[in-house]
Write a protein that binds this ligand. Structure first.
Ligand SMILES: [Zn+2]
Length: 330
């Protein structure tokens, strides 16, 4: 975000969206018409994880502060174009990496992207490897999760409106296959069909935990993705995860176990590969039809009788459920 010292303010350009004032006064001054000529909405969203705090090659970059019924996102959403395709980018842990995996407001993050028109969400996550064949420096695409989180809010529903979405296949096969094809075309070390254990953190695993997860047949361990996947499904977004392998977690007796310094070293090399993959896949997806069922995941999930839903819940969840007759009457 390009802020001008002493001139930071927001401009409201359309409902609920406030532009961070980030250009010299006169070009984008208070009370003047917005001169930003980049995209105001984007069908593809990217959430960057550890090491991926800004998107290389993002043109017409505009930082947008979004308020949500679930609080404030980790930071502004960067709207712009990637290789000519509109995209929205958000750094999961905030600028300067300020939020632990338990502190990230996942609900606000996914909601902010949905409110900007995102239909497909690609999340990037640094992970530990639980199997020798997944080597540090390589990329994996997630197909399944085991959820071991315990201290975070991971649903938009409750407080008057109950929904149970299907989560048997938690990722979008179409987006994941497109990522795999693009990765192979770039000759990146990438494979799919990985099972991701999502732990709470922030401490890394003990050796006993690491061996247990390995024994379950899981492939990767991280701290954020099952939560983003659940919320994306509730928000009817396609969801896919690019997992960046940084270490062997703690199961290898001959190694000292994972520490932050070694993770950071591998992570920086991995992030360059993820950026290259995103630059290739975003233009490809932006013109592709959406052949999956992700966009209707709430259709059979809403359990509460419409007449029993309180008006506060209708207002809060209008963005998600209005299309099913549960929104605020207009
Ligand atoms: Zn999908």
């Amino acid at each position: 975000m390009h802020t001008v010292a002493g001139q930071r303010r927001t401009l409201t350009c359309f409902p609920n969206i406030q532009h961070e004032m980030s250009e010299p006064q006169g070009k984008h001054g208070a009370g003047k018409r917005c001169k930003y000529n980049g995209p105001m909405r984007a069908p593809i969203g990217i959430i960057g994880g550890s090491g991926l705090y800004r998107m290389e090659g993002l043109a017409l970059d505009r930082a947008v502060a979004v308020d949500t019924p679930f609080g404030t996102p980790s930071g502004p959403v960067h709207l712009g174009t990637l290789e000519g395709a509109p995209v929205a980018f958000l750094a999961r842990h905030g600028e300067g990496h300020r939020f632990t995996p338990s502190e990230v407001n996942y609900r606000a993050n996914v909601w902010a992207l949905k409110s900007l028109g995102v239909e497909r969400l690609i999340c990037v996550s640094a992970v530990g490897s639980l199997q020798a064949r997944h080597r540090p420096g390589e990329l994996r695409l997630v197909s399944q999760f085991i959820d071991k989180t315990k201290h975070r809010k991971d649903t938009y529903f409750g407080e008057g409106l109950v929904a149970h979405v299907s989560f048997a296949e938690p990722t979008c096969a179409h987006v994941t296959e497109t990522l795999q094809a693009s990765g192979r075309a770039l000759a990146l070390p990438i494979e799919g069909e990985s099972v991701y254990v999502c732990m709470e953190g922030p401490a890394f695993s003990t050796r006993a935990e690491s061996r247990l997860h390995q024994g379950w047949g899981a492939d990767l361990i991280g701290m954020t993705q099952v939560t983003e996947a659940r919320l994306a499904r509730e928000a009817e977004l396609c969801y896919a995860c690019i997992a960046l392998v940084t270490d062997y977690d703690a199961w290898r007796e001959e190694e000292a176990g994972v520490d932050a310094a070694s993770v950071l070293e591998v992570m920086h090399a991995n992030v360059d590969k993820a950026q290259a993959l995103l630059r290739a896949v975003v233009p490809r997806l932006s013109t592709a039809p959406r052949p999956c069922a992700c966009g209707t995941s709430l259709k059979a999930a809403l359990f509460t009788a419409p007449e029993a839903v309180p008006s506060e819940a209708r207002q809060r969840l209008d963005l998600l459920v209005a299309k099913y007759g549960y929104g605020v009457a207009r």
